[in-house]
Structure formats: C-alpha cells, structure tokens
Design a protein around this ligand. Structure first.
Ligand SMILES: [Zn+2]
Length: 241
C-alpha cells in the first residue's frame, strides 16, 4: 500500500519510517484516518450483527469494533474486493471494457439519455517552450450536440471510476456532452497545473469543437516516455504529435 499521499505521512519522513512502525501503530493510524474521513453509515458493506459485533458484507469478515472495521476497509483485502466488485459490475452492465493502456477512451454510462455514440477526438502532446512543462491538448468534436448543452469535463481518481481496476498510477479526464457517450482519457496521475491561464477550456459554438489544454506540474519525472513502472504514456494512433 502506498502511504506517501496519506494524511499524517508528512512528518514521518516517507517510506523509511513505515518500516519501523509496528503493525499495531499502523492499524491505529489507519483507524484514526478512516474515522476522520469515512462516514460509516453510508458504507453499504458495514453491518452490525445481532451479537453486537461488526461484519464486512463484502469480505465476510468479523470485527469487534467500528474502528477495527474501518481499519479493515483501508486494508489490501477490502480494497482488492472493492476493485473486483467494481469490475464485475462493469461487466454485468455491459460496459465496454477498454484494453489496458493509457489515453484510451473509456465509455462512462449515464441514465435516461439516448446516446448516439462516441464523439470524434484528437489528442496532441504539448510542451511549454519556457517552463518545459508537458501536457495535453484534447479536441473533441460534437457536431450533433444538443441545443444549449456545453461540454463538461472532470478529472477522476483511479478509485472514483468504476470501469477499470483502480491503479493509482493513473487518473481519468472525463468529457461529457449529451447526447454523446461520455469519454474518458486515461492519463498519468501527476498533478495538473491549475494556475490561471495554464489550464483552459474552450467551447467553439460554430465549429462544435470542445478544446481543453493542461500542463502537468513540473514536479518529479513527468515524462511522456519511460515514466514510472514500465508503462509509457503514449497517445492512441489518432493523436498527432
Ligand atoms: Zn471488507
């Protein structure tokens, strides 16, 4: 499990400290974290049984306290089962399973709208000549867009999306405009530069083209190729470079 981004890890000096942490300390820290951030009443898998103890309906595990249950929800077993469940539900809902690989469009289902298919799109890798930041320009064509609809976009975390097995190395940029199917682009999970002017969207009413451009923050190792654990970020064949 990756603790780098978790609350409380800041003062611990990263991965080295976690080795010296005992299992008890670790569970206690996870329990506190979960208590602060999770509303247990909204958890569909949390159940108090007639013996007064607690069960995880997903993993079929038994817990002596709410804290123990919450610690369990942060653990590998529960997270794995959540991912499996999400993948199963996606299959059952006949959602198109994209092949694994970055920057592929993924279909995101929505209710009560008759969809007319995926929009055409083009992805261009961009690089700021001054700051050398890398980024993407997405251009999506919506010739049949509904009147008064403006395309919307949203970044989604790996665990927020329910289409693929979650992988923290990626995030998803979802672009939606009725009556088209929403599409998502799988991109590396590096931080996006949200400084005004660095991130922009533009909806061209006349050409019916939605453009969105952003740069990744110039932190560590944001690269288009050879990044991270053996998964280079490449655009699909339709992209221009
Ligand atoms: Zn569980």
């Amino acid at each position: 499990m990756d603790f780098q981004n978790r609350v409380g890890s800041k003062h611990r000096g990263g991965g080295v400290a976690s080795y010296s942490e005992s299992n008890v300390d670790r569970r206690e820290r996870l329990r506190k974290l979960a208590m602060e951030t999770i509303d247990i009443t909204k958890d569909p898998y949390f159940m108090k049984n007639h013996l007064g103890s607690y069960e995880c309906k997903l993993c079929l595990t038994l817990h002596t306290s709410e804290g123990s249950y919450l610690a369990h929800t942060q653990g590998k077993k529960h997270q794995t089962n959540l991912a499996r469940r999400a993948a199963k539900e996606a299959r059952e809902n006949n959602i198109i399973q994209p092949t694994i690989g970055p920057a592929k469009p993924v279909v995101v289902p929505r209710r009560n709208v008759i969809k007319i298919g995926r929009p055409g799109y083009r992805i261009t890798k961009v690089r700021d000549p001054v700051t050398h930041q890398l980024g993407f320009l997405f251009q999506v064509q919506y010739p049949e867009i509904e009147q008064d609809v403006k395309p919307r976009h949203r970044f989604m975390g790996a665990y927020e999306q329910k289409i693929e097995l979650p992988n923290n190395a990626y995030q998803y940029l979802v672009i939606a405009a009725d009556p088209y199917e929403s599409i998502a682009f799988k991109i590396q999970s590096a931080k996006v530069d949200e400084t005004p002017g660095r991130f922009w969207t533009y909806w061209d009413q006349d050409s019916k083209q939605f453009s969105l451009q952003f740069f990744f923050r110039n932190e560590r190792n944001v690269m288009f190729e050879g990044m991270g654990p053996s998964v280079p970020l490449t655009a699909p064949p339709s992209a221009t470079v």
